[in-house]
Write a protein that binds this ligand. Structure first.
Ligand SMILES: [Zn+2]
Length: 89
């Protein structure tokens, strides 16, 4: 059946792929290092971290919050994303 998947960003109504979180347009505007964190956390099955990075990506796209190293480290600390914490050192 053709269930339609829509970008998780509330202000966006573009279609996304089932396995993606954002539409390709929004995803392409997420900062590259944040995109890399989302992909890496997903591959590591670290879903708490991935979801936190995804929320951060939406906040960045919505202009609620700028993406920064301290923000990245805060998420890593909260979610116990040790790979990220080590990478940031
Ligand atoms: Zn979108």
């Amino acid at each position: 059946m053709s269930r339609r998947y829509v970008c998780k960003r509330r202000s966006c109504a573009r279609p996304r792929q089932k396995w993606e979180h954002l539409c390709s347009s929004c995803w392409s505007r997420v900062p590259a290092d944040l995109r890399a964190l989302i992909v890496r956390a997903g591959k590591a099955n670290h879903f708490d971290a991935r979801d936190a990075y995804r929320r951060a990506a939406i906040d960045v796209l919505d202009g609620k919050r700028a993406w920064s190293d301290p923000h990245a480290r805060a998420i890593a600390a909260i979610t116990g994303d040790r790979d990220m914490a080590e990478a940031a050192e």
